[in-house]
Design a protein around this ligand. Structure first.
Ligand code: PEP
Length: 250
């Protein structure tokens, strides 16, 4: 069986001012004074803090990521940010297709795939998010919805380049609710099967993160589930102590 090094990514969403870099400094202190983390650690701050997070995180091995990117490298797209710009600011990863983007900005699988391609083209590793709504789960369609999102959102280039998949059930994001461990195992197993069907051996090595109300209290049991190769963490990534506890649960 292929061993995959786990990855824990913090998504700060639209939270964080200059003083939030104090939390980053505290996380760096915890990471460098405690036991060495077994996970790759990524922080995805708002774009305004990206360069500072990349610079400040470097000495403690914390990597920086964007929360979204435009599919074009530059041009007349007021308010948007390109993958090239994120890379230029020091990012190594970028989240694409987060459910808040899919909902608030009507992002389709085609758009998400184009963004993932742009990320790869700029030398970034895209964290491609998929996940069903509560109504879709209740109707028994979770696996079909996620399979369709994977087929539409992951570019063919994933065969040669590193991509990360994040399974984030929409109803678990920011709600304090999580699927049962059995349900997480089932859907992560199905995602792995889809990746292997499409990419062969390469599909065995693609990280599949779980996201949705991961907390210090539940991180260990979720991270122990087969085919869970790390976490995408929202709320609990804002406090260094909580995020460190999750990283240490790997
Ligand atoms: C997220 O937004 O990616 C997320 C997982 O949020 P939370 O951990 O707050 O549910």
């Amino acid at each position: 069986m292929t061993t995959i090094s786990p990855l824990i990514a913090g998504n700060w969403k639209m939270n964080g001012l200059t003083h939030s870099l104090d939390e980053l400094a505290e996380l760096a202190r915890l990471l460098t004074t405690g036991a060495s983390p077994r996970a790759v650690v990524v922080i995805c701050p708002p774009a305004t803090l990206l360069a500072a997070v990349a610079a400040q995180g470097a000495s403690s091995g914390i990597l920086a990521g964007g929360q979204d990117c435009h599919m074009a490298a530059s041009g007349a797209h007021t308010g948007d940010i390109s993958a090239t710009m994120l890379a230029d600011a020091g990012a190594q990863y970028v989240i694409v297709g987060h459910s808040e983007r899919r909902t608030d900005h009507a992002e389709t699988d085609d758009i998400v795939r184009a963004k993932a391609e742009a990320a790869i083209g700029a030398g970034l590793k895209p964290i491609i998010c998929v996940g069903e709504t509560e109504a879709q789960r209740d109707a028994g369609h979770a696996e079909a919805v996620v399979s369709a999102q994977l087929a539409g959102s992951i570019p063919d280039a994933a065969e040669q380049h590193e991509v990360v998949v994040a399974y984030e059930p929409v109803w678990a994001i920011g709600t304090g609710r999580t699927p049962s461990l059995e349900d997480i195992a089932a859907i992560h197993g199905a995602i792995r099967a889809r990746l292997v069907e499409r990419f062969g051996e390469r599909g065995e090595t693609i990280r599949i993160l779980y996201g949705g109300s991961m907390k210090p209290q539940n991180a260990r049991e979720i991270l122990d589930v087969e085919n869970v190769n790390g976490g995408l963490v929202g709320g609990a990534s804002l406090l260094a102590k909580d995020f460190y506890t999750i990283i240490s649960a790997v």
